[in-house]
Design a binder for this molecule. Structure first.
Ligand code: HEM
Length: 491
């Protein structure tokens, strides 16, 4: 018997609707079971110890899960709200994911042998690359001067990514092919996908996340990024093998040890890692790749974002921009010579501008740390139980009135010129202690070089409207990275 066509369509629709409802019900049941299990397995002692700390009102079983912001603008506002509470109560803030004071998982196994890789003397060797990239950026921006503001971020990120590729990998040619649109897009998509996962607690569970299309997309993007670092590492290992071989041949041919001339005047980060591998054989190529990725991802976006906020802030205040320009003209001159390593210590206002930018707009607004033992806070107000994940926020600390004074919210580079500043741990843009940023010397040198080179030849103007920020792993302006650029009239 043949059913009329309309009936078949109707029954198919009803069937898919039923399936949808059933899968939703099943999903909710699963979630409920997960929450109950989660709740029952949580240590009661933790709740007791942290009970006195400020928090948002909680729901049974869920804690504060329902208050997790839905998008990156709300996430920034949410962090701001917590900042005010921490500042006024002088206590840490607890956010309960169900029964646990957890924000996210943190990486645990990473080698900590990198602290010798960006020492001031090594970074000084990179200065020529920094100055070269800065000069390129100035030329690119000169070609883009218009009456209208434009999104400058791609130009800034291109500059920092190229500088990091050249200094971290030491292959100028490969670096050109690294900075492809595909690579850049994959990096940004990774950040977006990570923040979306962070905002949805259900997706914190790895097995849940693996079921989503976002997980597959993330894997694809990470694959693109890893492909680049793998290619580069393999090439450098081959180059080193060839150099060794050539060296042996040279000794064999004429009996003397003629070194193969090095194309570069500095050792790249990857050279240093491969040298480290000789003395630390347990250091695998996989670990080296992971460190190279950290430097590449952690280094380029942070520096570009800081540059943007520095240009934005001086673009909003002509007086600040003039002060900066006057200093650069006095130290470097306006004849077009590159900024050298010897100039950097004299660019004090430039340094103050960078530090003030990082105080108010730290690219990583918070880092996560796990308490490896019970921790009595010096205020005596609470014990943080072992195993608690703590979000230590550079943004909250950088904006705290009790640490920086009543003008804490004001952008005022001068505060860095007259010591003493607030206590050292109040400035957390590069984090603090054993896991602090190893690229701080690198970042300060490239930031000062690029900022000075830009201000010497260009003038920046930015909208005066209130700045709306959002949190996409790094801190970004919600309206885009808009600036207006003009060539400076040199007298
Ligand atoms: C303004 C620029 C920068 C800022 C604000 C910044 C900030 C930070 C912060 C806050 C951390 C700690 C992350 C955590 O604990 O979870 C970190 C780690 C790190 N940074 Fe930076 N960074 C900057 C530039 C750079 C540059 C230019 C490089 C390299 C060229 C770099 C390399 C690294 C590495 C390798 C780590 C991981 C260190 C470890 O494993 O302990 N950073 N950075």
């Amino acid at each position: 018997m043949h059913l009329p066509k309309a009936t078949i369509i109707l029954s198919l629709r009803t069937y898919s609707l039923l399936m949808l409802i059933m899968s939703e019900v099943l999903w909710c049941l699963l979630m409920l079971c997960a929450c109950v299990w989660w709740w029952c397995s949580a240590p009661r002692r933790t709740r007791k110890l942290l009970a006195a700390l400020p928090s948002f009102p909680q729901l049974p079983l869920l804690g504060n899960i329902h208050q997790i912001p839905r998008n990156s603008i709300n996430l920034f506002q949410f962090l701001e709200k917590i900042a005010v509470t921490c500042d006024t109560t002088e206590m840490p803030f607890v956010f309960w994911l169900g029964p646990r004071p957890i924000l996210s998982e943190i990486w645990k196994n990473s080698i900590k042998k990198l602290s010798g890789t960006f020492t001031p003397s090594i970074v000084e060797g990179y200065q020529e690359v920094f100055a070269g990239r800065a000069a390129d950026l100035v030329q690119r921006l000169k070609a883009r001067t218009t009456e209208e503001p434009f999104d400058i971020m791609h130009d800034l990120a291109y500059t920092t990514l190229e500088a990091i590729c050249q200094t971290a990998f030491g292959f100028p040619k490969i670096s050109e092919s690294i900075v492809t649109k595909e690579y850049y897009d994959a990096f940004h998509r990774c950040l977006e996908l990570l923040i979306r996962r962070g905002l949805n607690p259900l997706l914190h569970l790895d097995f849940m996340y693996r079921l989503t299309p976002a997980s597959k997309e993330l894997q694809k993007c990470v694959g693109i990024l890893h492909n680049v670092s793998n290619t580069v590492i393999t090439k450098l290992i081959q180059e080193r093998e060839c150099a060794k071989q050539d060296n042996r041949n040279e000794i064999g041919n004429n009996g003397t040890h003629n070194r193969v001339p090095n194309r570069r005047r500095f050792k790249s980060f990857l050279d240093l890692m491969l040298e480290m591998q000789v003395s630390t054989p347990e250091l695998s190529v996989e670990q080296i790749r992971s460190e190279v990725d950290t430097v590449l991802f952690g280094g380029h976006e942070t520096v570009a974002t800081t540059l943007f906020y520095a240009l934005l802030m001086i673009g909003r205040d002509k007086n600040l921009q003039d002060k900066l320009y006057n200093e650069v003209r006095d130290v470097v001159g306006d004849g077009g010579r590159p900024v050298t390593g010897a100039d950097l210590p004299h660019l004090r206002y430039c340094e103050a501008t960078v530090l003030e930018t990082l105080r108010l707009f730290p690219p990583f607004p918070a880092v996560l740390r796990m308490a490896d033992k019970d921790l009595q806070l010096s205020s005596g107000k609470c014990v943080v139980p072992r195993g608690t994940v703590c979000a230590v926020s550079a943004m909250v600390m950088g904006r705290a009135r009790r640490l920086w004074g009543p003008d804490a919210a004001e952008y005022r580079p001068e505060r860095w010129l007259a010591p003493p500043h607030a206590q050292p741990a109040a400035f957390l843009a590069f984090s603090y202690g054993r896991r602090a940023c190893i690229g701080k010397n690198y970042a300060m040198a490239i930031l000062k070089t690029v900022l000075a080179s830009c201000v010497r030849e260009l003038e920046f103007t930015a909208e005066q409207a209130e700045l709306q920020l959002k949190l996409d792993v790094v801190l970004r302006p919600a309206s885009g990275h808009l600036l207006q650029v003009k060539t400076r009239n040199l007298k």
